[in-house]
Design a protein around this ligand. Structure first.
Ligand code: PRP
Length: 190
């Protein structure tokens, strides 16, 4: 079914991952996670706000069809300002609400770019005595291979360009796009 043009389409150079591709891949990832955690009583999904909110919502529902019961937790950390590259500074804006000791934690991320956020987050979650910590990331950029962050489940490897949509923003806009696309440089060079 063709989608109606959205307000954002004029700002996008090209589609990187379509809404249909996201749907199919999310189901595939949920099946893999469900198979790997078939013996677990439950898993605890940790969403890293705000970018991962769309993927968390869709992934959790897909996992609900195949896997063990999931609890949902949300954290907010900051590594970017309003620019287009990682600053390397990670700080907690919103912490976990509950104890995660003994839980099977799965971090749900929209994108692993430099890997700085994730590498910090994994250490943090392990220090809180989780039984296990895995990561599912919808997108990964090539830079991410430079840091040794174990991302067990990856949706799409994408080129090192400035992408927005499906949770990913530029200056808080474009998160509501249903697909992931490359932002036209003229938008952020204005
Ligand atoms: C983005 C993204 C990841 C992180 C990845 O979040 O959602 O959490 O950056 O980058 P890294 O691998 O280079 O650390 P951001 O800090 O932009 O916040 P947001 O999700 O609220 O947009």
């Amino acid at each position: 079914m063709a989608e109606l043009p959205g307000w954002y389409d004029n700002d996008i150079d090209r589609v990187i991952v379509s809404a249909d591709d996201i749907r199919a891949k999310t189901e595939e990832l949920a099946k893999q996670v469900a198979a790997d955690y078939a013996q677990a009583d439950s898993v605890l999904l940790v969403c890293v706000l705000k970018g991962a909110v769309m993927f968390m919502a869709d992934f959790a529902r897909a996992l609900g069809r195949f896997g063990p019961p999931a609890e949902l937790e949300f954290m907010a950390v900051s590594s970017y300002g309003q620019g287009t590259t990682s600053s390397g500074v990670v700080r907690i804006l919103k912490d976990l609400d509950r104890d995660i000791a003994g839980k099977h934690v799965i971090v749900v991320e929209d994108i692993v770019d430099s890997g700085l956020t994730l590498s910090w987050l994994l250490k943090y979650l392990q220090s809180r005595s989780a039984a296990s910590v895995d990561v599912v990331a919808l997108l990964r950029k090539p830079e991410a291979v430079k840091v040794t962050v174990p991302v067990k489940y990856v949706g799409f490897d994408i080129p090192s360009e400035f992408v927005v949509g499906y949770g990913l923003d530029y200056a808080e806009r474009y998160r509501d796009m249903p697909y992931v696309g490359v932002l036209k440089p003229e938008v952020y060079q204005r």
